[in-house]
Design a protein around this ligand. Structure first.
Ligand code: NAD
Length: 360
């Protein structure tokens, strides 16, 4: 049966990079037998401009009927002064939560052709291929009670709640073990069990789950050490699993090991494998409309979509190989350009990936 993909370009460079990813999807449909229908919708500032809401009902309804959502990015200075509930980022949080996308997969892969782009020494990062599994709908960002209150002595106090139920931990744990099982079979669970009771429970449940996945080697690491190890010796890791806020911070740190924000895709999955796929970067208002943004993170997000939601791992491999091929051809957008390579714009890069796919 034909798969349904909802395309949400969003704001800033979103429409430019998503247009290139759609070319890749169209090529897969025409030449490689992908059976999928595309629908298009609004989110973020573009949706606010059109109908006064960052997540229109129509967008959410179509997303809930789709197998996968491809998102560009949302936000921009024009929307920063809006009331919080109307801001573009609220639309993004709302669609993640309404679609119950609890599991965020963020690979940090350093293409050998881009080893010079990392701020770390090439020998520390070359060949890097790690996956961070971040819990996305629980923890400190969603815990109640939260707010700013005035104490009896008149002083104001800000407070949030870090809470996880056993089932929430088990759900993300299973996704992480399954992910490790498809890779090098090593899973590191990151917590702060020496200080936080909630992560003591996290550690207990991860340890229990390990009994069901005897082929996966489980280790535990405190989050402060994990941050240090990620920049000291990142290749020691295969898959890391952690709670929402720790994962937010560690995954940005891991992303920068690769030196190129324009290269990194992500997947956010629900319990049934339906997902939303987006580059990890934002809407880059500083370069929007100039035709210079790197579309490869969005194209690699299509590869993740093929693998995780559309059941097409062979096509995912082809898209990744096509990206490798254009890097081998020394084509580079401005963010990854070095003097000995050829600088291209967004459209030329997208066209080159499609040409590499056709040639495959
Ligand atoms: P950003 O990721 O948009 O940009 C950071 C820097 O990286 C900029 O210099 C930008 O030009 C560059 N960059 C980003 N993507 C690039 C690409 N594909 N090719 C080349 N260069 C690229 O982060 P920011 O500037 O902090 O935020 C800008 C806006 O994006 C804000 O409104 C923010 O709220 C929003 N944002 C959205 C998301 C999302 O939609 N998931 C994520 C982060 C930030």
């Amino acid at each position: 049966m034909s798969k349904k993909i909802l395309v949400l370009p969003g704001d800033g460079i979103g429409p430019e990079i998503v247009a290139e990813a759609v070319k890749v999807l169209d090529c897969l449909r025409q030449d490689h037998g992908l059976d999928a229908e595309l629908a298009h919708g609004l989110i973020g500032g573009a949706a606010y401009d059109a109908c006064g809401k960052p997540l229109p009902d129509e967008t959410l309804r179509t997303a809930l009927e789709s197998d996968a959502v491809l998102l560009g990015a949302v936000g921009g200075p024009a929307y920063d002064a809006l009331d919080r509930p109307l801001r573009p980022e609220r639309g993004l949080l709302a669609i993640r939560s309404e679609m119950a996308l609890f599991g965020n997969l963020r690979p940090a892969i350093l293409y050998p052709q881009l080893a010079e782009a990392s701020a770390l020494k090439p020998e520390v990062v070359s060949g890097l291929d790690i996956m961070i599994v971040r819990e996305l709908t629980g923890g400190l960002y969603f815990g109640e009670p939260r707010g700013i209150r005035t104490l009896d002595n008149g002083e104001r106090q800000g407070y949030n709640t870090l809470a996880y139920t056993e089932s929430e931990i088990e759900r993300i744990g299973r996704l992480a073990f399954e992910t490790a099982r498809r890779r090098d079979k090593r899973l590191c669970s990151v917590d702060k069990a020496n200080v936080l009771e909630v992560t003591e429970l996290w550690r207990e449940i991860m340890t229990r789950l390990a009994g069901e996945y005897p082929d996966v080697e489980l280790s535990h690491m405190y989050v402060d050490n994990a941050a240090m190890q990620l920049v000291r010796a990142p290749k020691q890791f295969d898959v890391l699993v952690t709670e929402n806020m720790f994962g937010d911070i560690l995954s940005d740190c891991a992303a920068m090991l690769t030196g190129s924000i324009g290269m990194l895709p992500s997947a956010s999955l629900d319990r049934n494998g339906r997902g939303m796929y987006e580059p990890i970067h934002g809407s880059a208002p500083d370069i929007a409309g100039q035709g210079v943004a790197n579309p490869l993170a969005t194209i690699l997000s299509v590869a993740m979509m093929l693998r995780h939601s559309l059941g097409e791992p062979a096509l995912a491999d082809r898209v990744q190989a096509a990206v490798g091929a254009v890097l081998d051809q020394c084509l580079r957008t401005a963010d990854i350009h070095t003097p000995d390579t050829r600088r291209v714009g967004t459209v030329e890069m997208g066209d080159a990936v499609v040409a590499a796919l056709r040639a495959a």
